[in-house]
Design a protein around this ligand. Sequence first.
Ligand code: ADP
Length: 469
Amino acid sequence: MSKVSISFRLTAWFTAVFLCGFVILGIAMWVGWSYTLSSGRDRTLTRRAARALEVLTNFSGQSAAVLNARYDELVDANPEGNLIQIFDSGGRVLYPKNPKAPKDFPWPRHVGAPFDTYRNFMYRGREYRELQHPASLGPEHLLIVVSGQLEDNRQMLARFTTGLIGTIPLLLAGTALAGYFMSRRALEPVGKLTAAVRSLSIGNLAERLPIGQTGDELQRLAETCNDMLARLETAVTQIKRFTADASHELRSPLSYIFMVSECALRQPDLPEQCREWFQDILAESQDATHLLEDMLLLARADAGHVDIPFERTDLLPLVEDALERARLPAEAKRHRLVLQCAHGPFEVRGDRTSLRRLIWTLVDNAIKYTPEGGRVEILLEGNETQVHLSVRDTGIGIPVHLLPRVFERFFRADPARSQTGTGLGLAIAKWIADVHQAELTVESEPGAGSVFTVAFPAQSSGFLKVGMV
Ligand code: ADP
């Protein structure tokens, strides 16, 4: 799966497409500009050659002095005038009579092709362009040669190139930013849908996703999700109702089995073998009754049919009760039971019976899943805002990858080691914590032990007390 977000990928594509566009446009502009400059240069050379021929034609009947003077005027009229020379058919310089161009300037030596030709050449480290324009003056064949520097053109082209190279990254950065904001904006509803879907759980399947009336794919997606939620809600409700009904219906036959076993065990003449069988039946029906009661409680909780009377409740006496109850099983396994309290009082708003059950589940598990000679410690700690109850043991621990599942119904990390358990204890504990707006969390290390912590919203805070049982 790609770890890069859609908006990032869209921006990258958008920017790449624009980069290609900018590069193609830049090259086209460069080629166009370069062509415009060189054709402009050629037109200037042609104009100068025509002007020189015009002077010769207009004043050919005049004396050589007049012609020379006119020619000098022409030369002086343009900045590169000294780069015009007129040769006769033998390659001798006709005009100007006193050439002002440097002696080593590379003029052509003879009349070449009978049409205009251009060439580029280097002279003293600079590039020049030259036009050879064959012409006739009466019977005489002439070659008008006009040269001009290309330096200006080169500089203009270089400035244009620099400007282009500097502008493209700026345009690209602007495009990337615009692309990023556009894609973020377009995907904003997806983010809202994701958050809404993420907040859904089995407990709030009745909620529906917000549907924007945009008429687009996102509206259809939200509507499809809502249809699916409606179907899920119906299915889950049916399953919950079935569990509640089945648990309820099974209670009577189980009580009947329990009652019959008790009556049978009261018979004095019951054979020993039958007594053992009835004792097993009694124990099993007792376990099954507990399981059914737990299932019924959870089914009622799911349906919201459990009334919990909330009152100001001190957790300390409930913890002391649990420790008292744990004393015998702990002694049987030679466990050390420790109670530590700090910064009480430990008052919370809650239901005494449910809280007693929550505490007992954690303490009972700690004893059950701690081998002989271990230590089980209960910590109570209060502050301004919270009361923390932790049950820490030095037991078998829970593998890290199973930790997120310990509060699931019927989950047992190691079924072989929890044959006595039903896998509902922690699910009920979690539900009790939830209805008290408390957070139940677990940390564990296999082989080293586990800590279950419940963080309740506090009612008050106060003194320090440390005790041991
Ligand atoms: P069970 O009735 O099986 O104890 P719970 O819901 O109370 O069911 O616990 C679920 C599972 O979590 C247990 O089967 C056990 O694997 C694991 N577990 C709970 N508490 C502890 C603990 N203190 N140490 C190790 N494993 C534990």
